[in-house]
Ligand binder design. Structure first.
Ligand code: ADP
Ligand code: MG
Length: 701
């Protein structure tokens, strides 16, 4: 079947009139035969076959099994009781589990009587289990009607209401297979198919829509998931290779005086091994002819700034300018103050540009940038203004990447003849698998080691009812000379209420921590920038002991003497936010604490978040939990959610297949970059078709 036939408009399929065509297009985005073919079922109902417990597969399909209950027990858990029955046949045993309706079930189930159970099997802790199975005595079951194994397709209310039920989609799918005679072209190369023992394409498509048994279904799913991820990886890796071969950068061959002098004479501490490794990776990039496009991930406090600075020195050593952009004024000021000292030692001219720079300052900056007197510019979004023109920008570093859009980033690129090298730094660890999919076309460096001597931060969860104890603890810490953050949530939807909470909290703290003994700063989004900076400054200088704030302090602020982070209404914060907030303390030599305050009303997700925070401080581990709780779309933001519009693979669950797909894509491209070897032609063609008909993911940017 050639690909063009599959591009036939869906209107031509027998059984699809203009009305149905319209609905299919609007509701499910099905415009062509190909689109319908790619509408994969969400799940399957299988009432045709009986499975032995010993043959169960991890397909997520629903199955029925004949067996007997040998015993029943109630398991008490923190989250509540569940009823667990051991269910056996002659090949093995599994568990049936109920969370609700336990009393009725306990009273009505018969031990050692033959049943047919039907439901979704889960694979958990090395055993199969079936939550809330449908159950029937075998004797009753034998008299009831059974229908074939049924795919359940994605649908919408509109579709169902307009009569396009699952059964109708099913019929259309059958018609599609009749018209195409199940004669679909292979899309992967024979070596890959052989090496992974994949089902051939026609068989995979047939079994995904009309599974003959769960084994074939599992293999069909595996093959289609692999294929989907393979072509995404191929796309990303090719883009990366192409970028490297096509987009010239300025090669920074020299590692000269600035870098060497700094490294030998002024480095204030020994670099960690991870920092050394990353500096090496960046040096190699900068020294090649290609433009660097690198993402630097490193947990809060892992020491990204010094790596950024040393990279900028390489640019300077080669006669270029460099810039460092941060998402907030406070942060850019902090970077500026930190780096200015090094710059003075090295005789490097550096200036700060932010929204509050005066006209005079701006004029000065613009002039010095254009005539090349200025080596290094640090600032906020203000760097992206049209008036800011570099004489020769060689390296742009962007801190806290998630605050900037892609469009903004590319603005920096267009300031020059060649695009400058770009290093994007983020303290939001992205799960490796997600990074692989989203940033597959970027090179990624990871600082996965904290500087030595950091004490781990003691994290506890406390209920609001224990506030007095928390206040007492705060007083003890202040008596030891420490400083404290108290952070309130600020969510746009409930802004007014949140401000009230913040102000109430501030008042109550002011009452318990009276002046003049205690001095309190407050910072929130409704304040004028100048007032905010004033308050922030007082805290940084140690004039105030408590900083009451909304999440404006979330990113990057560095006050080493602050050793306690109190998060109010912690249940309302996301995991990555909590992790960021906690990263504000533990920056000095003192034992630091993070206290998560909540009410007693906690959702189960909130509980998981709090437990995760108290259990671990590993940013990557936290990001994995976050991914599981929220799903990939929410984590990456709507901007990139298109990336994750997968048809069949699941970025959270299919990480093994993802890794495999990536390694196969990499091997294939390494051995044959243009995909011209005879065995790879099929891949080349598939890829071209996917691009041409935009059936490949709408995220080709
Ligand atoms: P982040 O990665 O969060 O931006 P920073 O660059 O602000 O981290 O570094 C956090 C703190 O750790 C800074 O005070 C910095 O001077 C210090 N630091 C960075 N690298 C090292 C190191 N190798 N040894 C000791 N301290 C370090
Ligand atoms: Mg930083």
């Amino acid at each position: 079947m050639n690909h063009n036939f599959l591009q036939t408009p869906i209107d031509y399929l027998k059984g699809v009139g203009p009305n149905r065509a319209d609905l299919l297009k609007r509701e499910l985005g099905i415009h062509t035969y190909q689109d319908l073919l790619n509408l994969y079922p969400n799940r399957y109902l299988d009432r045709t076959q009986y499975y032995k417990i010993g043959q169960l597969q991890q397909t997520n399909a629903e199955v029925q099994i004949i067996g007997k209950i040998t015993h029943i027990k109630t398991v008490e858990q923190k989250r509540g009781k569940r009823l667990v029955a051991t269910y056996v046949d002659d090949t093995g045993k599994m568990e049936l589990v109920w969370f609700r309706g336990q009393k009725w079930i306990r009273e009505n189930l018969k031990i050692n009587t033959t049943y047919v159970v039907f439901g979704k099997v889960n694979w958990f802790n090395g055993a199969f289990s079936m939550p809330h199975p449908e159950m029937e005595l075998l004797s009753a079951h034998e008299q009831s009607l059974r229908s074939a194994m049924q795919p359940v397709y994605p649908s919408t209310e509109k579709l169902t209401n307009s009569g396009i039920t699952n059964r109708v989609i099913n019929t259309l799918m059958q018609q599609l297979f009749v018209e195409t005679k199940n004669n679909f072209a292979e899309s992967l190369s024979q070596p890959i198919i052989d090496s992974l023992k994949l089902l051939p394409k026609p068989s995979a498509l047939f079994n995904i829509h009309f599974p003959q048994n769960t084994d074939l279904l599992a293999r069909a799913q595996y093959r289609l998931k692999f294929e989907e991820l393979f072509f995404i990886q191929l796309q990303l890796l090719r883009k990366n290779m192409l970028h490297k071969s096509k987009i010239k950068g300025y090669p920074f061959r020299e590692v000269g005086t600035y870098f060497n002098t700094f490294f030998r004479e002024h480095l204030p501490f020994q670099l960690t091994n991870a920092q050394k490794r990353v500096v090496k990776e960046i040096r190699a990039d900068l020294g090649s002819n290609a433009q660097m496009n690198r993402l630097l991930q490193g947990d809060v406090g892992s020491g990204k700034t010094i790596v950024a600075f040393m990279s900028m020195l390489i640019a300077l050593d080669n006669g270029f300018q460099a810039c460092l952009m941060a998402p907030t004024e406070i942060l850019s000021v902090q970077h500026y103050n930190d780096l200015k000292e090094y710059c003075n030692l090295l005789n490097i001219s550096v200036l700060l540009l932010t929204g509050s720079s005066t006209t005079l300052e701006r004029k000065n900056i613009h002039e010095q940038l254009e005539n090349g007197e200025l080596n290094l510019l640090i600032g906020t979004h203000a760097l992206l203004e049209d008036k800011v023109k570099f004489k020769n920008l060689g390296l742009a570093i962007i801190d806290e990447q998630h605050r900037f859009g892609v469009a903004q980033r590319s603005k920096l690129w267009h300031k020059n003849k060649f695009p400058p090298h770009v290093l994007v730094m983020t303290a939001t660890p992205i799960p490796r698998t997600l990074a692989m999919s989203v940033y597959g076309d970027l090179d990624v460096s990871v600082i996965d080691e904290l500087p030595p001597g950091r004490k781990s931060i003691t994290t506890v969860h406390r209920y609001d009812t224990n506030r007095l104890k928390v206040f007492r603890f705060m007083k003890d810490e202040i008596a030891k000379g420490r400083q404290i953050y108290v952070v309130y949530p600020l969510i746009q939807e409930s802004e007014a209420l949140d401000y009230k909470d913040l102000m109430d909290g501030y008042e109550s703290i002011s009452r318990d921590f009276p002046a003049p003994k205690y001095q309190i700063s407050i910072v929130h989004g409704k304040m004028k920038p100048a007032d905010k900076d004033f308050e922030m400054d007082r805290f940084i200088r140690g004039e105030t002991q408590i900083m009451v704030a909304t999440t404006v302090i979330e990113v990057g602020v560095n006050v080493p003497n602050a050793s306690v982070m109190v998060v109010e209404s912690a249940e309302r914060f996301g995991l990555s936010q909590l992790h960021q907030l906690r990263g504000r303390v533990g920056r000095g030599a003192e034992q630091s604490y993070c206290i998560l305050m909540t009410s007693h009303k906690l959702s189960s997700d909130a509980k998981t978040r709090l437990q995760t925070m108290t259990r671990t401080s590993d940013g990557f581990e936290i990001s994995e939990v976050d991914l599981k709780l929220r799903g990939p779309g929410d984590i990456m933001g709507t901007q990139q959610s298109g990336v994750l519009n997968l048809r069949i693979a699941d970025i959270v669950k299919d990480t093994e297949i993802l890794k495999l797909a990536r390694s196969y894509a990499l091997q294939t491209l390494k051995a044959d970059p243009t995909l011209s070897a005879p065995e790879n032609l099929v891949i080349k063609n598939t890829f071209a078709q996917l691009v041409k008909y935009k059936n490949i993911w709408n995220y080709i940017s």
